[in-house]
Design a protein around this ligand. Structure first.
Ligand SMILES: Nc1ncnc2c1ncn2[C@@H]1O[C@H](COP(=O)(O)OP(=O)(O)OP(=O)(O)O)[C@@H](O)[C@H]1O
Length: 226
């Protein structure tokens, strides 16, 4: 998908979360790194239409996130920092089924899509579980299933490996690598994005580097002073 920022910025009162940004993205995997408070989540929220630009515009395949809000939103899926909060129905099976139900599917059709999607992410065994019975990695994958069943063009991850152990980190990394969908991945876990061909570095609300994972990581280390 073609994501385009045209002098888009995001301000909260007199605080600038993201300075005016002009940028085009179409790579399958885009990493986003930077210090805390550098504007990464603001950037991601603008893509997903969860925040509206204070000025300028953000378009997804030409659809404006403000003027074509519904159609643009349908193109994106967002996995939040605490994916447990976005699972709202008691059982994983029910929650993943919400999307197809809201598209008007019923009974067996919903069940089939849910089964296929859980199998796609290797979590069929979680179907009858409740969110509080899942590990952090399993929650990420369950949220991913609930998002991907809606067939977004791009999935945005906000620190997907935060607080995960090595095994779960590897599992989530593999799930992202295996996605057919485009992925925009915000991360403090530099290993996760190191081999992405395009990684953006934000600093103090501005895009300060745009390049390969290796080069972006080096720039980020310079900024962090370590
Ligand atoms: N709703 C809000 N109201 C006011 N200021 C905000 C709001 N959301 C973010 N900010 C401010 O905007 C700036 C950028 O925040 P943002 O969440 O985009 O950073 P981030 O790079 O994602 O940080 P982190 O790595 O800590 O998640 C910060 O100074 C933050 O305090």
């Amino acid at each position: 998908m073609h994501i385009r920022f045209q002098q888009a910025d995001l301000r909260y009162g007199d605080r600038t979360a993201l300075k005016p940004l002009t940028l085009e993205l179409h790579e399958a995997r885009v990493g986003v790194i930077g210090l805390n408070g550098s504007g990464k989540t603001s950037f991601a929220r603008l893509i997903a239409g969860l925040a509206k630009p204070s000025s300028g515009a953000v378009t997804l395949d030409g659809l404006d996130t403000v003027n074509d809000e519904k159609a643009a939103r349908a193109k994106t899926g967002f996995i939040f920092q605490n994916p447990g909060n976005q699972i709202i129905l008691p059982l994983i099976r029910e929650d993943v089924g919400l999307g197809p139900k809201s598209r008007g599917l019923a009974g067996p059709d919903v069940d089939r899509q849910v089964e296929d999607t859980l199998a796609r992410f290797g979590i069929s065994d979680l179907a009858e579980r409740r969110p509080h019975e899942l590990s952090g990695g399993e929650l990420q994958l369950a949220a991913l299933a609930a998002v991907c069943i809606n067939r977004p063009d791009v999935v945005i991850f906000d620190e997907p490996t935060n607080q995960l152990d090595l095994r779960n980190r590897a599992r989530v990394k593999a799930a992202i690598e295996g996605l057919a969908e485009q992925a925009v991945v915000i991360s403090h876990d530099l290993d996760l994005i190191a081999d992405y061909s395009r990684v953006l570095v934000f600093h103090e609300g501005a895009l300060v580097f745009d390049g390969s994972g290796d080069a972006a990581t080096a720039r980020y280390r310079e900024i962090a002073g370590c």
